[in-house]
Design a protein around this ligand. Structure first.
Ligand code: SF4
Length: 553
């Protein structure tokens, strides 16, 4: 063994490599991005220095990433797919259906939730998805567990023949700790010699059998979780018992000494920590037997808490998020867990209050999106019946002052579909604002809808030639292809207009937007200018390649 300091995300990536990973796919999304960054760097290192090859690549979206991983598993290899929680909505179709196929090469989904919405539009909890798909889920509470659970997830996936979910959260994914890791990777699985067609062909006649088999596996999954070393019971006082899960276990332990002191030096509450799902029902019943109440401390939505209501007798009070002992929204922390335990607040040192101006997040000074938003603002001045639906990316910040341009922002790709719906509803000038990467992720299909329905939408693709918001990954296709795609799906070539998103071009850009707004069919404006961060990275790389500077960009 050796010790490395790793992010939670990196611990998952290294665990996958040591488990004999052959293929990794993902779509960037905070806080999951660093898993793939690590694996792509490892793929590049092996290409340069030799070693067993792996595939590791960003994909157009989470659905295609999941399906690529599924294909590698179908071929008998071990594969991981990574995404953030809302990305799993996009990948939900293959994910849920993949629970029915005959997994042979271990398939692991590493999904990172974002309680507190540090960089997301909602707080959804991926444990519900694992439960819905009826597959096991592992929830690490530290970087060491993230590494070990990933190794285990591949074994479990092959043993039970189902995909296995690793659920991370922001504070674990993005924090570093020392991790003891193995020194050697397991050899990769060989490529399967033949296909198990009935096991992989979800035609109704086969799928019905596979669905029965998935139900039959639930008993094995439960018996695995009941005996899992990640579900740990600790004896103690039985009056009010505690169930912790994931990071909730750490916050509880930070308060444990005070809990014992508050009981007059007696025993801490009896406790069950859960890191492996399905929820271990027998262990929960044993813990709660004779208890008057149980406090559930879990990061995310009240997943276990709701589940307990079907497991425990009514006489046992269930406390947690649903009764307000813990906050329903936002993250847990040692202080709100402390309050739920009935402990007095800790003394805090308050800094002298300094009046600070409010500083909302903003586009970088000189960002091309700023010039595009100004042009849109000027183009719609004086027009009635305008809607501006935007999408996910840096340009979402244009919804805030000083631009305040988009009227709505919901999810990846929705800008263009919502513009189409708004057009149908009678809005005269529906504008959809979408980034180049988001367009390739999920903007093409709504553009096809607009073409098919001859909807008078104006799609404005803000093409900054990079996936800026998640750390400047390359877009899946070069910018030059955007026009071909738009024309290829049927937008009239004269209504696919490229402009330069620059202040000095303001007058002609405003005129171009106005012209396309008046066109009564679907039109596209590609507002192109490189992201400032992309320029910095490109210049650094060019310098390194020309030998003026060492290291990688
Ligand atoms: S990182 Fe790039 S795209 Fe994002 S705000 Fe800054 S300049 Fe604009």
């Amino acid at each position: 063994m050796r010790e490395l300091v790793l992010l939670g995300d990196e611990a998952v990536a290294l665990g996958a490599l040591h488990a004999g990973l052959s293929a990794a796919y993902g779509y960037p999304g905070t806080p999951s991005t660093e898993i793939m960054e690590y694996l792509i760097a490892e793929r590049e290192r092996r290409e340069r220095q030799g070693g067993e090859k792996i595939a590791a690549a960003w994909c157009a979206n989470e659905k295609t990433a999941y399906e690529a991983a599924l294909g590698a598993s179908f071929a008998g290899r071990r594969a991981i797919v990574t995404m953030k929680h809302v990305g799993l909505n996009v990948a939900a179709d293959p994910f849920v259906n993949s629970a029915l196929v005959a997994i042979k090469g271990g398939l692991v989904l590493a999904v990172a939730d974002d309680p507190g919405m540090h960089s997301s539009q909602d707080e959804q909890d991926s444990r519900f998805y694992a439960d819905f798909a009826m597959v096991p889920c592992l929830e690490p509470r530290g970087q060491q567990e993230a590494y070990a659970m990933t190794l285990e997830a591949f074994e479990l996936s092959e043993r039970l023949g189902v995909p296995v979910v690793i659920r991370l959260v922001t504070r674990l994914a993005h924090a570093r700790a020392a991790v003891s890791v193995g020194t050697e990777a397991r050899a990769q699985n060989p490529v399967a010699k033949s296909a198990d067609k009935p096991g992989w062909t979800l035609l109704p006649a086969y799928a019905r059998k596979r669905y029965d088999m998935l139900w039959a596996k639930q008993k094995d999954m439960l018996s695995w979780s009941e005996s899992s070393s990640h579900n740990v019971s600790t004896p103690g006082a039985k009056d009010r018992v505690v169930i912790t899960a994931g990071l909730g276990g750490n916050y509880y332990e930070e308060n444990l000494r005070d809990c014992i002191a508050a009981s007059g030096g007696g025993a801490a509450p009896a406790r069950l920590h859960i890191g492996a799902y399905p929820a271990p029902e027998k262990a929960i019943r044993e813990l709660c037997s004779g208890a008057k109440s149980v406090l559930v401390i879990e990061e995310g939505q009240p997943f276990l808490e709701k589940r307990l209501r079907g497991i425990l007798p009514q006489a046992i009070a269930i406390e947690g998020k649903l009764d307000g002992k813990l906050p329903l929204a936002g993250e847990l922390n040692p202080d709100n867990v402390r309050a739920a335990l009935g402990l007095p607040a800790r003394p805090t040192a308050a800094a002298a209050s300094i009046p600070l101006p409010n500083r909302p997040p903003q586009l970088c000074q000189g960002c091309p999106h700023g010039d595009s938003y100004q042009a849109i603002k000027d183009a719609i001045a004086g027009l009635d019946s305008v809607s501006i639906t935007a999408d996910i990316g840096c340009y979402a910040l244009g919804a805030l002052p000083p631009f305040s341009v988009p009227d709505a922002l919901v999810c990846m790709g929705a800008s263009l579909s919502m513009a189409g719906g708004a057009a149908d509803a009678g809005i005269k000038y529906p504008i959809g604002v979408i980034g180049d990467s988001t367009f390739l992720h999920s903007g093409i299909t709504p553009l096809i809808d607009a073409v098919s329905g001859r909807k008078p939408i104006t799609a404005i693709i803000l093409d900054n030639s990079i996936v800026a918001m998640t750390g400047c990954q390359e877009t899946i296709l070069p910018s030059g292809r955007l026009r071909e795609i738009c024309v290829g799906v049927g937008v009239e070539p004269e209504h696919v207009v490229t402009i330069e998103a620059a202040r000095m071009k303001a007058a002609e850009n405003v005129a171009a937007i106005r012209r396309e707004l008046e066109y009564r069919g679907p039109s596209v404006i590609i507002a192109r200018r490189e992201c400032l961060e992309a320029i910095r990275i490109r210049k650094k790389r060019e310098k390194a390649e020309s030998g003026q500077e060492g290291g990688r960009a």
